[in-house]
Ligand binder design. Structure first.
Ligand code: MG
Length: 160
């Protein structure tokens, strides 16, 4: 069976007065992520990994932030689109491993909910997606709480 690997990376700016949504889960915090959609940086990295693995470009190409249709949209809706694109191309997800880089808030209590949400939206078993979180020991933009970054790697297989 031919295995393909994908990688995704995304960053969004942290600003007051916005909800903080990561992996489709609303997290109480003093600031949230700025973006054209709901700015769910984790889900964006997951989608870019999936699209990259399938050779289908990236989310900027499929959901341009110049398109009013995607203003304020839940990234879960976009993830459902990506799921369809992959299955239409004959791929199934092997596994995905993601890391959120954020100084605050503490994300450990929410990681399982994020995994459950992402797995549910992609229609895969609960052990298919792993979500981790790390700080940067206050270094860099994430450490200064100017933004949150997310990385994801995944494998996909063709169903042939
Ligand atoms: Mg993004």
């Amino acid at each position: 069976m031919k295995i393909r690997i994908g990688h995704g990376y995304d960053v969004h700016r942290l600003v007051p007065g916005r909800p903080l949504i990561l992996g489709g889960i609303s997290i109480p915090h003093t600031a949230g992520l700025l973006g054209h959609s709901d700015a769910d940086v984790l889900t964006h990295a997951v989608m870019d990994a999936l699209l990259g693995a399938a050779g289908l470009g990236d989310i900027g190409r499929h959901f341009p932030d110049t398109d009013a249709a995607y203003a304020g949209i839940s990234s879960m809706v976009l993830l459902a689109h990506v799921r369809r694109m992959l299955s239409d191309a004959g791929y199934v997800l092997g596994n995905a491993d993601a890391t959120i880089v954020a100084q605050k808030p503490k994300l450990a209590p929410y990681l399982h909910d994020m995994e459950a949400m992402l797995c549910g939206q992609l229609g895969v078993e609960m052990d298919t997606i792993n979500v981790k979180a790390t700080t940067t020991e206050t270094l860099g933009f994430a450490g200064r709480q100017e933004g949150i970054a997310a990385y994801c790697v995944c494998t996909i297989m063709h169903t042939d």
